[in-house]
Design a binder for this molecule. Structure first.
Ligand SMILES: *[C@@H]1O[C@H](CO)[C@@H](O)[C@H](O)[C@H]1NC(C)=O
Ligand SMILES: *[C@@H]1O[C@H](CO)[C@@H](O)[C@H](O)[C@H]1NC(C)=O
Ligand SMILES: *[C@@H]1O[C@H](CO)[C@@H](O)[C@H](O)[C@H]1NC(C)=O
Ligand SMILES: *[C@@H]1O[C@H](CO)[C@@H](O)[C@H](O)[C@H]1NC(C)=O
Ligand SMILES: *[C@@H]1O[C@H](CO)[C@@H](O)[C@H](O)[C@H]1NC(C)=O
Length: 392
């Protein structure tokens, strides 16, 4: 996820709030079978800001290292030879087993883990850093699987050339992934690496592979982004070619590993006809309320339920809500957070296969409309600390 950068530059975050420690639940997890997303249902979180950096998630980190860049590409360009050490430290510290323990105490059963393509391959000319991402990924995933039987979604959040012109797609203003054979080939190399990571992990049954995030070729402004029009039919044809190739590659190695398809902001029904019904496919829809919609903390539950209903399965393929958050465009209310969080968890649990919140940790201190700052609305660990999660 990302925000309008203009509103956010130049802000620092106050860190250092001490969080209570949580008892680790004493239970031996079942050794899980492969996930069938038609019947599997779970709540979880994204591990944003770990293997892909965004200006808003941890403003203190961003202000220290970005030199004012809007994206990770620019941050690394700014850091030069220090990009590697800074990011290696980030990988070692932003998410640790203590975070996994805390998330488990809040009922988290799914970890969606955004990575840049540079975690998997080195692309000539790319400023994105290729280092030990997969070493850290393996360590935390192994822990989450063996200790809590969590399910891991490996999300390649960016692809070579840029999938949406936004900071997270590769770099701001990069749309060259579309209709570019060179970048298509690189993307398939990325997917081959992801497949072999999962297949050789020792627990391939605990993974889903998500090969693209929020592709958009028609979003020169943020009003279109977040709507079905953000991806043109022309762009969608290229996305489809890619997803079909990914499905084929995954099935050739291990057909029991599900492919999760984030089909931009188009409804699953736009795509479903292009896949045979027995494809091991689950759709990921993203539901946000913090801009370009008349959402308030007061009216949010109604919007959550109407999105959950409208963007659910037509019966052919299951749907999961891979990203959502409770910040609203207007009149955010601290007191309504607990109600709204639980409304979203309930709505997406009722109409889809569950959800993963954006995001596990968030310390950004930008003020929101109404009460509080972004970190009051986007940090699942804070919700756990505050006792917001019902039923755990
Ligand atoms: C965010 O925190 C920094 C200090 O870390 C402070 O300078 C800035 O004013 C804060 N911004 C807001 C909106 O509170
Ligand atoms: C990656 O990890 C290996 C083994 O832990 C270490 O030797 C190497 O220095 C690390 N690479 C970087 C770039 O930090
Ligand atoms: C493909 O994208 C790259 C940037 O990723 C660009 O340099 C190259 O010119 C593009 N190729 C074509 C044929 O457009
Ligand atoms: C691009 O988005 C605009 C809405 O902002 C829409 O009117 C237009 O039809 C879209 N273009 C294409 C080719 O889909
Ligand atoms: C936000 O709250 C103010 C006063 O509490 C109210 O006047 C305004 O209409 C509200 N805005 C929306 C979009 O509901």
């Amino acid at each position: 996820m990302l925000f309008d950068m203009y509103a956010l530059l130049g802000l620092l975050v106050a860190l250092g709030c001490i969080r209570p420690t949580f008892a680790v639940p004493i239970e031996t997890p079942q050794s899980s079978a492969y996930v069938d997303w038609r019947t599997f249902k779970a709540n979880g979180v994204n591990l944003g800001g770990w293997f892909e950096q965004e200006s808003t998630i941890d403003t203190q980190f961003w202000d220290k290292y970005s030199g004012g860049a809007s994206d990770e590409w620019g941050l690394c360009e700014h850091l030069g030879s220090q990009c590697g050490p800074v990011l290696e430290h980030r990988y070692a510290t932003w998410i640790t087993t203590k975070d996994i323990d805390k998330l488990a105490s809040g009922g988290v059963k799914v970890l969606r883990i955004p990575t840049t393509y540079a975690a998997w391959i080195k692309v000539p000319g790319s400023q994105l850093y290729s280092g030990n991402q997969t070493v850290y990924l393996k360590q935390i995933a192994d822990y989450a699987i063996s200790t809590y039987d969590m399910h891991i979604i490996v999300d390649t959040h960016s692809l070579p050339g840029g999938v949406n012109g936004l900071t997270t797609g590769e770099a701001t203003g990069h749309w060259d992934w579309f209709w570019n054979e060179t970048n298509f080939d690189y993307s398939m190399q990325v997917i081959d690496k992801v497949i072999s990571f999962v297949q050789n992990s020792g627990s391939p049954q605990s993974y889903s592979i998500e090969p693209i995030n929020e592709p958009a070729d028609n979003n020169t402004n943020m009003i279109t982004f977040g709507t079905p029009e953000a991806l043109t039919d022309h762009g969608a044809a290229w996305v489809l070619k890619y997803i079909k190739a990914v499905v084929q590659s995954v099935a050739a190695v291990n057909p029991k590993v599900p492919v999760m398809f984030q089909g931009s902001f188009k409804y699953p029904s736009y795509w479903a006809g292009d896949f045979p019904a027995d494809t091991n496919l689950v759709f990921d829809v993203h539901n946000y309320y913090f801009e370009n919609r008349p959402a308030t903390s007061e009216n949010l539950p109604g919007l959550l339920y109407s999105d959950a209903r409208a963007r659910s399965s037509d019966g052919k393929f299951p749907v999961f809500v891979g990203e959502w958050a409770i910040q609203t465009t207007y009149n955010n209310s601290l007191a309504l957070r607990k109600r709204n969080l639980n409304a979203g968890l309930a709505a997406f649990g009722e109409y889809t296969q569950g959800s993963s919140y954006w995001t596990a940790k968030y310390t950004g201190n930008t003020s929101v409309d109404g009460q509080g700052q972004q970190r009051d609305y986007w940090s699942y660990e804070t919700f756990i600390d505050d006792g917001f999660i019902e039923g755990v």
